[in-house]
Design a protein around this ligand. Structure first.
Ligand SMILES: NC(=O)c1ccc[n+]([C@@H]2O[C@H](COP(=O)([O-])OP(=O)(O)OC[C@H]3O[C@@H](n4cnc5c(N)ncnc54)[C@H](OP(=O)(O)O)[C@@H]3O)[C@@H](O)[C@H]2O)c1
Length: 312
């Protein structure tokens, strides 16, 4: 049952307080939080493991120096995210210092086991790939990475071969590939058809629906989980709607903000497993995680959302 506004505010206040206090979910001291933190989940087809449908992307905003001033708000976000029931955090060695920062913060908070850490490999050659991934283990302070993805298909067949070995050895739990470029879709589809993979990661949003034509149906056919990157088209969707009010019919799918409007569009596509909006502020975290609660638009409302957005 969707949470009402009072419960949401209570959760928000509790999560912020828990984050500030450094509390961890699952602890005996936060039973009310556990009750309020249920988020929509979807299964990873290759294992059946359920993951919450909203995660966090760390490109750009987590690429900061490790000063207390820069780290404190990010620490609060990552702590509260897990308290709220969130799990998926996506990073990459190519996001400047983001992977280092995620590793430092997760270690400091102590919530590694609550999170599903996804990172990437982006380099040419087997040895260079191994070296980069070993470095990711060190940076993330973990001996098990949940999802390792070949970033933008760079040397994809070589890197996937290593990922298979590492999955068999238990070093990574899942493997996959990513893109955010329409021009890579043809190659992306080829790899999806040729390789057995647990996950794909692709760009998809109300303003950028190309992946919905072939990639998402193919993922469903091939039994691959889908992480959606750029669900806000890097923020462009907010600029497009400007200061317009939400249409009244957004209430039909329990939507309280433009962020939830855009995320619920992505999540209402059944092939999508989890969207990973870039999230580095507490207010955005609460907003984004809120999209994992309540109803989602059905096919007719989706058409209405598209017509509305395209008319702007
Ligand atoms: N090829 C790949 O593998 C690939 C490519 C691109 C991205 N990614 C992954 O996907 C993640 C998401 O992409 P992204 O962060 O570039 O773009 P995005 O999620 O589409 O948009 C992020 C932007 O939306 C804003 N925002 C976030 N939540 C908001 C809210 N609730 N209300 C209003 N504004 C909000 C952020 O604002 P602020 O700037 O103010 O925080 C930021 O400017 C990345 O972080 C990365 O992990 C992967």
């Amino acid at each position: 049952m969707p949470l009402n506004r009072r419960e949401m505010l209570k959760l928000t206040a509790s999560a912020s307080a828990a984050a500030a206090l450094g509390l961890r979910p699952g602890g005996g001291s936060t039973p009310a939080l556990a009750r309020l933190s249920e988020l929509r989940t979807r299964p990873i087809p290759s294992s059946g493991e359920e993951i919450p449908v909203v995660g966090i992307g760390t490109a750009r905003r987590y690429d900061v120096e490790s000063t207390q001033e820069a780290l404190t708000p990010l620490r609060e976000v990552l702590a509260a995210f897990a308290v709220m029931g969130g799990r998926v955090v996506d990073t990459a060695p190519s996001y400047g210092r983001a992977e280092i920062v995620v590793g430092e913060l997760v270690k400091a908070i102590g919530n590694r086991d609550d999170l599903f850490l996804a990172t990437k490999v982006r380099t040419e050659g087997r040895e260079a790939g191994i070296e980069q991934m070993e470095e990711s283990f060190r940076r993330l302070h973990t001996d098990r990475i949940d999802l390792m993805q070949v970033h933008n298909l760079v040397d994809v067949d070589t890197q996937l071969a290593t990922l298979r070995e590492w999955k068999a050895a238990g070093r990574i739990r899942y493997l996959g590939i990513t893109t955010s470029f329409d021009r890579q879709y043809e190659d992306f589809e080829r790899v999806m058809r040729e390789q057995e993979m647990d996950f794909i990661q692709v760009n998809y949003s109300l303003g950028d629906r190309g992946a919905g034509e072939r990639i998402l149906p193919l993922a469903a056919d091939r039994g691959m989980a889908v992480l959606v990157n750029l669900p806000y088209a890097r923020g462009r969707l907010f600029q497009t709607v400007g200061d317009r009010p939400l249409p009244e019919w957004a209430a039909e799918f329990d939507c309280e903000s433009w962020g939830q409007f855009f995320l619920k569009f992505v999540l209402s596509e059944p092939a999508v497993t989890c969207a990973i909006p870039g999230t580095a502020k507490m207010t955005y975290l609460e907003d984004n995680v809120g999209a994992a609660r309540g109803r989602l638009p059905g096919p007719e409302l989706r058409e209405r959302m598209i017509a509305f957005y395209d008319s702007l």
